[in-house]
Design a protein around this ligand. Sequence first.
Ligand code: UTP
Length: 291
Amino acid sequence: MDIRKVVIPVAGWGTRSVPASKNIPKEMLPIYDKPVIQYIVEEAVKAGIRDVVFVASQNKKVVEDHFDYNPALEMVLREAGKTALLDKVLHAAELVNIMSVRQKKQLGLGHAVLCAREIVGHDDAFACTVGDDLMFGENVPAGIPQLVKVAQEHNMPCIGVMEVPADKVNRYGIAMGDEIEPGIIKVSGLVEKPAVGTVSSRLAIVGRYVLTSDIFSYLDKVKPGAGGEIQLTDALAMRAADRGLLAVKMNGLRFDAGDWVDYLAANVYFGLRDEKIHDDLLKRIRSLVQA
Ligand code: UTP
């Protein structure tokens, strides 16, 4: 299974993140010194993926621009001798190849993936990740690299899952099935945002996928649900029933940048990982907690 591209839908309204996301896409909000989307693209690069397909809406041009050169800023940094900062700016520009497709109406994640059909539809398989959800493993592959490995070993599309508390299942797509190997589940059913107490599984779909090109014909068959949204989960449920699907328990930490507690926790986490600011930041947090 050859996986060269990652599809990243970034066309959503980001209503949970207003007013911060009123004019700045939530995918561009910073987590410490980088925008959310850079962490996600870097995760895909760890899986050897260099071609990124953004599914974008009108006001998301800055997302693409972040992965391009900025000659004026580069010249200022070069002339000022700020080479470490210049390297950081160039790193983002040289990380990946960018392609972009428009989602003209925000009709949900499934619809966003469908918009990428012309670009990825001829590939055997492709990775897909939401643009607002960070995954990070300290010494283990987490997120897309972990999924790509399992998908290639089993020659099967895969979804990333994590266990959530029983009273939070109504916020996620939930996967049911049998564990065929440690951490790998053969999916027997998927349900989008079930009411609390109606499902026994607590395995939540966390926005990481390796999809095969047949997903597009399943997406064609999905009927719009609540709010007219076309759910990727519904297409995946059809694929699971017809030809199989694996769910993989994701390693590492997850931060949903569209949720304020997770967003702030991610800033603290990545700030504390930088030894240049670790001690000062910790001191400041301790004094704020005691205040
Ligand atoms: P979310 O449901 O978290 O994003 O979608 P949202 O709709 O932008 O946010 P809220 O709930 O209103 O705060 C997960 C990812 O899918 C993209 C989003 O941009 C985000 O990266 N998405 C969602 C699309 O590209 N198109 C859509 O129609 C919906």
